[in-house]
Design a protein around this ligand. Structure first.
Ligand code: SF4
Ligand code: SF4
Length: 77
């Protein structure tokens, strides 16, 4: 049985400036800007909807997104 491989973006909040570029380029619109205290940062709000395309990581000018491979998707909730 083939294992579906997928990568998910990990957003480093210390480097994220909240510029919103990644939100704009995400094809399925699963990234959004959240506000915590005084700071905005990007957040993956729909993990299941992410295709793992990596466009957000490529687009981020601040190198704040790392694509991390996950061997198996967690079971659907
Ligand atoms: S990897 Fe692709 S689908 Fe997933 S959050 Fe980034 S741009 Fe959106
Ligand atoms: S493109 Fe990078 S710095 Fe800008 S909101 Fe997204 S993760 Fe943060």
């Amino acid at each position: 049985m083939a294992t579906e491989r997928k990568a998910l973006p990990v957003i480093h909040k210390t480097r994220c400036t909240g510029c919103g570029w990644c939100v704009a380029v995400c094809p399925p619109h699963v990234l959004s800007l959240e506000v915590a205290h005084w700071k905005k940062f990007s957040q993956l709000h729909d993990e299941a909807g992410c295709t793992g395309c990596g466009k957000c990581a490529v687009r981020c000018p601040f190198d704040a997104i790392t694509m991390v491979r996950i061997p198996d998707l967690p079971p659907a909730r």
